[in-house]
Structures are given as structure tokens and as C-alpha cells.
Ligand binder design. Structure first.
Ligand SMILES: *Cc1c(COP(=O)(O)O)cnc(C)c1O
Length: 355
């Protein structure tokens, strides 16, 4: 039976990424060695890193004056590296979920954290708007896509630089990198396996802090050594490169956005139509194109477990909602083919007919 991978992260990868990784696990770039057992300073691996960086720049139209890094430690380490390097006295944070909250907790070690708005009052089921960002904040930190709650935000227009956690929607749509001092993303949602963290940082924003920054946590260390200050996660970076190539071959982020809008549209339409299900995000413009969260309607609440089993038996994997939201979450990242979304929609329709 075909498996449809709706896991939130680690999550679905393009077939070609997995094939190329499998190949390189045994014979990388004609070396006769595994990609796991060659030096990160070999010319073959340096070429992987260089091409991955170049493709990130090309796909996201990264302007001059920005550095692209592949680090380790996940997005969670970026929660502290961001303020360590960029927050002098005060930074503004938009509190849109648990990940945002965790990033605020780390920023608190470095100065004053101004929470400009929060959607915690409604289990983060909307994106706050019309908040005021203090003009003297060093940056506004946002989480562009809230993986757990199924909300996603448009690029805000504010007078301070942006710092963004894009772990779960990077490469899903075009963005204006020039608005940001820093963008970071754990690879394991939309790019590759866990173990690599993509960072795009504005060079000019660095070096302004008076505090000393430990070597490994200073972006300048990694810029200077081109992500090879210490051993990079070679296999994950290799995998990220394969996804980046796939992205380019498939029309880049503009084409991804178009398909993502279509895929999510089909699923949201069914959730809105089907009498048994409802979205957890009432405001339509706040609904994520990446993580579609939904629950049973009150009338059919008792059938939650039954639908889970029904859908699982049809090959739908990873659709259980996060424990803080309940219900279901279908993560439909770039690599998810429309057929899998259609299969889930068909299962929902079939289930409706059984009641
Ligand atoms: C998954 C996720 C994280 C955590 O990433 P790690 O790489 O596990 O540290 C942070 N932010 C968002 C938005 C996520 O989806």
C-alpha cells in the first residue's frame, strides 16, 4: 500500500533526495567511499557545501552582504545565537506559539524582551495583527509558520529589522531577504534530515555587541570559515543540496508557492465542507500552507479515534495533531505530492459516508 507521509518533522523529502543519499552512502562523487567517511575538507565535500550555499542564494534571491551558513544545533540553538549576536539591550518578539515562547526564553538571558503581541489566549490559533514594535528594539523576532498550530504569517512591514524562525516554511514561498537581519531554519521540515540548520545572516548586523561571544556561538566564526569551523554535518548537508537541486529543477520557490496554495486549498475546502471536520484556525488568511490542523466538529467528536484508524489503514501516516491542539495535523511540505493530499481528502469523504 502507498504510504502518505504527513509527519510534521522530520518529514517528507523528495524521492530524488533519498535516492541520491542512498547512492552517496556507498559511493560519494565517484570516490568509492561513503559521504559519511570522507573529509569535510575533501574537494568533493567542499563542492557540496559551495553548491548548497550558492543554491540557497539563488533560490531565495539573497542580496549581496548576506552570508549563508549550514550549522548544527537546530533552530533551538538559534533561539540563543540570535540574541547573543544581535540584541544589544532590547528586542521585540511576536508570541505566536511554543517555538516563539522558547525563543523569548533564551532572549531573556541577554536583555529586555518586549512581547509585542500574543495569541496564547486562544491556543495560538491566529496571528496577532496591529501590534506596535518599539522603535528602539534591535529587531522583531517572528515565527513565520507555527508548525504546531497551523498558522502562518505574511511578511510584516515594520521599522526595525526582522529576525525569523522559518523552520517549517522556508522555500515554500518567495521572501524579501533584505527585510531581515537573520533567517534561520532547522532543515528537517522542508529541506533535509535533522542535523543541519540553515542560517542567512546580514553581515553588517554583526559585530555591534559589546558582550564577548563564545567562538562557536558567534556567527562571524562560521562566516569566516564558510561553515567549516568545526566538522559540519556532512550527510545532512549533502541531503539538503539534493533538495535544493530538486527545488531549482521544479521552478524554485515561486512554483512551490503555487503548488502549495493549490494543495492546501484542496484540503481546507474539504475541511470546511465536510460536516465531520473543522479547521482549528478560524481566520482564513492565518491558515498555514504547510501544516493543516483540524479537529472533529463537536457533533462528531466521538469519532476522532475511529477516523485516525480509518485513515491510518489507508496509508496516512503522521496525521495525529500535536497534543496541545488535539485532532489532526496534515503536514504538506514542498515534497508532498498533490496525490497524497487528494488521498487524504478522499479518506475524509469516504469516512463521512459511513456515518
Ligand atoms: C521544529 C521547529 C523548531 C525546533 O527545531 P529544532 O531544529 O528541533 O531545534 C523551531 N521552530 C519551528 C517553527 C519548528 O517548526
Amino acid at each position: 500500500m502507498k504510504k502518505h507521509n504527513f509527519y510534521a518533522g522530520p518529514s517528507i523529502l523528495p524521492e530524488i533526495t533519498k535516492e541520491k543519499v542512498a547512492e552517496a552512502a556507498m559511493n560519494f562523487a565517484g570516490t568509492g567511499l561513503s559521504v559519511m567517511e570522507v573529509s569535510h575538507r575533501s574537494k568533493e565535500f567542499v563542492a557540496v557545501m559551495d553548491e548548497a550555499v550558492a543554491l540557497v542564494k539563488e533560490l531565495l534571491k539573497v542580496p549581496e552582504g548576506y552570508s549563508v551558513l549550514f550549522l548544527q544545533g537546530g533552530a533551538s540553538t538559534q533561539f540563543l545565537m540570535a540574541p547573543y549576536n544581535l540584541m544589544d539591550k532590547k528586542a521585540a518578539y511576536l508570541h505566536t506559539g511554543v517555538w516563539a515562547k522558547k525563543s523569548m526564553k533564551e532572549a531573556n538571558f541577554f536583555g529586555e524582551v518586549v512581547e509585542v503581541a500574543s495569541s496564547a489566549d486562544a491556543t495560538y490559533n491566529y496571528i496577532p495583527k496591529n501590534y506596535v514594535v518599539p522603535a528602539d528594539a534591535d529587531y522583531l523576532h517572528i515565527t513565520t509558520n507555527n508548525t504546531i498550530y497551523g498558522t502562518q504569517m505574511a511578511e510584516p512591514t515594520v521599522s526595525v529589522p526582522l529576525v525569523a524562525d522559518m523552520s517549517s516554511d522556508i522555500f515554500s514561498r518567495p521572501l524579501d531577504v533584505a527585510k531581515y537581519d537573520l533567517i534561520y531554519a532547522g532543515a528537517q521540515k522542508n529541506l533535509g534530515p535533522s542535523g543541519a540548520t540553515l542560517v542567512i545572516v546580514k553581515d553588517e548586523a554583526l559585530g555591534k555587541m559589546e558582550r564577548p561571544i563564545p567562538t562557536m556561538l558567534d556567527y562571524r566564526t562560521h562566516i569566516k570559515s564558510e561553515s567549516m569551523f568545526n566538522t559540519p554535518s556532512t550527510l545532512p548537508v549533502f541531503a539538503c543540496l539534493q533538495t535544493l537541486r530538486w527545488l531549482k529543477e521544479n521552478g524554485g520557490v515561486e512554483a512551490m508557492e503555487k503548488v502549495n496554495i493549490e494543495k492546501a486549498g484542496v484540503l481546507y475546502d474539504e475541511i470546511d465542507r465536510n460536516k465531520m471536520f473543522q479547521s482549528t484556525v478560524p481566520v482564513k488568511e492565518d491558515r498555514s500552507l504547510m501544516n493543516v490542523t483540524f479537529v472533529m466538529t463537536p457533533e462528531f467528536a466521538e469519532f476522532e479515534k475511529e477516523f485516525f484508524e480509518f485513515a491510518s489503514a489507508k496509508g496516512m501516516l503522521g496525521i495525529k495533531g500535536h497534543r496541545s491542539v488535539g485532532g489532526f495535523r496534515a503536514s504538506i511540505y514542498n515534497a508532498m505530492p498533490p496525490e497524497s493530499v487528494n488521498a487524504l481528502v478522499a479518506a475524509m469523504q469516504e469516512f463521512e459516508l459511513t456515518k
